[in-house]
Design a protein around this ligand. Sequence first.
Ligand code: ZN
Length: 95
Amino acid sequence: MYIKEFFVPKRHTRRSKFGVIHQYTRKCCMLVLRCDNCGNEFHRPRGRMDPNRINNNHFHVCKNCNSKKFAQKMGVTRKHIWDMPASSDLDISRL
Ligand SMILES: [Zn+2]
């Protein structure tokens, strides 16, 4: 589940043509996601992700969980959600 994004300043160094070391700063955009398998929040650099997957129409799985096993499991549980009563006390963000 996609929650938010924030910027982290990252320091880099480069060597100029005269051999002088310069430091410069770049903003790195990080995403805060919640694992749809174990529920833990985790961070991921935005540049490492497919931009089409940065929304809540897709599932996100942290590196500690097995994404292939999760995908197999979700095929079955998606079918159960449509048969669920409206009064179920399940957290709506976990659906
Ligand atoms: Zn996880």
